[in-house]
Design a protein around this ligand. Structure first.
Ligand code: 5GP
Ligand code: SF4
Ligand code: MG
Length: 456
């Protein structure tokens, strides 16, 4: 998500911002902008570049905008699912963009319906919009704070009205959201890499439980929860974020390299070369090689023109995607004992195919080293790993996985190793969510008032 207040090219800057955030979701993109009188939106089910081809900016005039790229966590693959969502009421309109997952949405929906609200979807932004406007209230800091207090889960929201942008981060700060400045304008982004691209400077992260309001009067901050230890998604460091972003003042590339170093300390192996699965595992592979004093080589090449395999909807397509996407470098692999670093294993598709590819290319041995802990628990916080069934590590022993993947050996980084690679001190700000790896959930189903059910 990206937003800007106070710039006469707000929508265009948001386009460049979204472009830098494209890796966060490729299923759709949208921008809503305001000139102080009206809200306009343009969106599509495609990559940012294909949704915006210049003509759109004539409509999207004004000094403020928010934009969103869609990462599917359920729901349909259609334009109705693409954010920002616009809600019109008598005197005002509001556009909402959301990252994460509201765990108690079914309960909130029932509550709203029993009070007479008519909801068209059960998306998180629509529930927020109805909670804000409950009892005919206007969109204001007060009504937003009341609404946020009811929402349990992981969230970052950007809310645009004709006269303000609001940015909110859930109580534990599971998802990332930062503020920057571009001249006199304020910018907000999920990742700091977007600030660099539009020429903005980083100001600070939004705090867990904080609501920031930006308008022509400047920037204001209030809280809707007491400060709690942060639980920033460790998968942001492992896989999701771009290496040039900083999260919680820790650079993503540097953290991945440290994960590789920790992994080498925990799980060394005799080998000839170290290679990483592009792009997200390269930093960890460099770290592993450095610590092992082995050469790091580009043993696998990625075709740049194919999106992330994980995003494909079916297993069949996913497998097809991996094949199209990655090719071995024969001169590096043939006859060698190869350490193959991947950032994570979810279903095991990527590792299995790559090990086979490396062996088919003549690798003498392939040792798989995973630069994050085993994923054994579902994520309730907006990352697409929502059932235990699909997680290979939840259903198999390490030896079974080694066999299924076809590797000569396999090892994962420990949760403690991951923590050492990312966390600098024991302050409130530096806490991590590792729930999918350890089962210790910073926000539980019980907190959200729900029993274990089919959804999870
Ligand atoms: P698998 O192929 O095991 O199902 O998925 C793991 C691979 O998918 C890794 O190579 C990782 O880089 C990539 N990946 C794509 N999207 C995600 C995601 O949202 N989370 C995780 N952990 N890995 C992802
Ligand atoms: Fe991130 Fe895992 Fe926590 Fe989900 S459960 S927020 S993927 S660390
Ligand atoms: Mg990968």
């Amino acid at each position: 998500m990206f937003g800007i207040w106070g710039h006469n090219k707000a929508a265009e800057i948001t386009y460049y911002g979204l472009h830098a955030l494209q890796h966060r979701g490729q299923d759709g993109a949208g921008i809503a902008a305001t000139d102080g009188k009206d809200l306009q939106v343009h969106k599509g089910v495609a990559l940012v570049n294909d949704v915006f081809k210049h003509a759109e900016f004539k409509e999207l005039t004004g000094h403020a905008a928010i934009g969103h790229v869609r990462y599917p966590t359920g729901g349909k693959d259609s334009i109705e699912e693409v954010q920002p969502f616009i809600f019109h009421a008598k005197s005002e309109s509001v556009a909402i963009g959301h990252d994460g997952n509201i765990m108690n949405k079914a309960i909130l929906r029932d509550e709203l319906e029993s009070q007479g609200s008519i909801l068209q979807t059960s998306t998180d932004p629509e529930i927020l919009a109805h909670l804000i406007r409950r009892n005919g209230q206007e969109v204001s800091e007060v009504s937003i704070l009341q609404a946020l207090k009811k929402m349990v889960g992981a969230y970052a929201f950007l809310i645009l009205t004709e006269d303000k942008i609001y940015a909110a981060l859930g109580a534990r700060g599971i998802r990332p959201l930062s503020i920057g400045k571009l001249g006199d304008a304020y910018v907000i982004s999920s990742e700091t890499c977007a600030f660099d691209i539009v020429g903005a400077t980083f100001v600070r992260e939004i705090n867990p439980g904080e609501l920031v309001t930006i308008s022509d009067e400047g920037i204001q901050s209030t809280r809707f929860t007491e400060p709690q230890k942060r639980a920033l998604c460790s998968m942001e460091y492992v896989y999701l974020s771009r290496p040039d972003s900083d999260l919680n003042h820790v650079n993503v590339h540097a953290s991945r390299k440290s994960m590789g170093i920790e992994l080498a300390k925990e799980a060394p192996i005799e080998a000839d070369v170290v290679t990483g699965v592009p792009d997200s595992s390269i930093s960890a592979a460099i770290g592993y090689a450095e610590e092992m004093k082995l050469p790091y080589e580009i043993g696998i090449i990625k075709n740049r023109y194919i999106g992330r395999t994980f995003i494909q909807p079916t297993q069949e397509l996913r497998e097809q995607g991996v094949k199209m996407k990655l090719s071995p470098v024969r001169g590096i692999i043939e006859g060698k004992r190869v350490v193959m670093i991947d950032d994570s294993i979810v279903r095991g598709t990527t590792s299995r195919r790559i090990v086979k590819m490396l062996k088919d290319t003549g690798a003498k041995e392939v040792h798989v080293r995973i630069a994050s802990p085993m994923i054994t628990n579902p994520c309730y916080y907006g990352i697409d790993m929502s059932t235990r069934d699909e997680l290979i590590a939840a259903n198999h022993t390490l030896e079974e996985m080694r066999d299924m993947i076809g590797a000569d050996s396999i090892a994962y980084l420990s949760p403690e190793g991951l923590e050492r690679a990312i966390v600098r001190d024991d302050s409130l700000e530096q806490g991590l969510c590792k729930a999918c790896m350890t089962g210790e959930y910073p926000v539980t189903l019980k907190d959200a008032g729900i029993k274990m059910n089919d959804q999870y």
